[in-house]
Write a protein that binds this ligand. Structure first.
Ligand code: ATR
Length: 271
């Protein structure tokens, strides 16, 4: 009975269990496989992962604030996880016997490729503005640069955006000119607790246009205030739930080896 889980702190808001359990049912794996949310405090993270790998878990998703710790404890890293500097997926590859001996922990990052797949078109050659400099921003900046976009990064705390660009590439900007970007990606937490994005971010609701694509990683059941304004101005919009679905689909394929039923996952993630 392989088990799967998402580890976070907090984690109760996560749509991943609903999304993955629906996918497992669609793949006729629900009799064998299960996916749950497990709240793990940072100081218990490493011990919990090591215990899980010997307790029948096949893998896990890892979310805030554990993406760096997941990378640090792994025995093997995918190239993307190493380069992004964060892992959102762990795969426990063992001999099938209970007990942690012989089980290698592999760290992967499906956020980067999941982000690219959530876009309506290739970002090659696009001027892109990434808002934020946390773990989500790292995956987005890395992916955009690899795809051949020109990347500017704005963050409330400028030191963090400068560090991110020194490490990954791209240009840190203090006062971005909104009209100059074909792609704008909000990776900050702004909007999650109902904040006004136009008060907290260097964006104006009047300055979106039809040649832009705007991605908001904040997700809920409604379009966010940011996406509502962008959409009203004719911009293409991508909801954060789409990246959740795409990264989840890639993780599910790593664990099960089966193609992910994305439509089912999308419907379940929306709830
Ligand atoms: P994650 O891994 O999800 O990206 P994080 O590392 O906590 O999480 O990063 C959160 C991001 O949201 C940061 O870029 C943060 O800006 P700071 O580096 O200045 O803290 C940004 N953020 C959170 N609240 C914000 C606000 N009210 N206005 C602007 N940016 C905000």
């Amino acid at each position: 009975m392989p088990k799967l889980a998402v580890l976070g702190y907090p984690v109760s808001h996560s749509r991943s269990p609903a999304m993955h359990n629906a996918a497992l049912a669609e793949l006729a794996l629900a009799e064998e496989w299960s996916y749950e949310a497990i709240e793990v405090a940072p100081d218990a993270f490493e011990a919990s992962v090591r215990t899980m790998s010997g307790e029948g878990f096949a893998g896990a998703n890892v979310t805030v604030p554990h993406k760096g710790a997941a990378l640090a404890l792994a025995d093997e890293l995918s190239e993307t996880a190493r380069e992004v500097g964060a892992a959102n997926t762990l795969v426990f590859a063992g001999d099938g016997e209970e007990g942690s001996e012989g089980i290698a922990i592999r760290a992967e990052n499906t956020d980067a490729e999941g982000f690219v797949r959530s876009l309506p078109a290739s970002p090659r050659g696009a001027r892109a503005l990434v808002l934020g400099a946390g773990g989500a921003a790292r995956a987005v900046v890395w992916a955009l640069l690899r795809e051949g976009a020109e990347v500017a990064v704005w963050n409330r705390t400028q030191l963090r955006s400068r560090h991110l660009c020194e490490e990954l590439g791209g240009t840190a900007v203090a006062e971005p000119e909104q009209e100059a970007y074909e792609l704008i990606v909000n990776t900050t937490a702004v909007g999650m607790a109902g904040e006004d994005p136009f008060a907290e971010l260097p964006l104006s609701r009047q300055r979106f246009g039809p040649s832009q694509t705007v991605v908001d990683m904040v997700y809920g059941s409604e379009p966010t205030a940011l996406l509502a304004a962008a959409g009203a101005a004719g911009a293409a919009t991508v909801e954060g739930i789409e990246m959740l679905v795409q990264q989840g689909g890639l993780s599910l394929e790593l664990w099960t080896g089966r193609p992910a039923p994305l439509e089912t996952m999308r419907a379940a993630a929306r709830g």
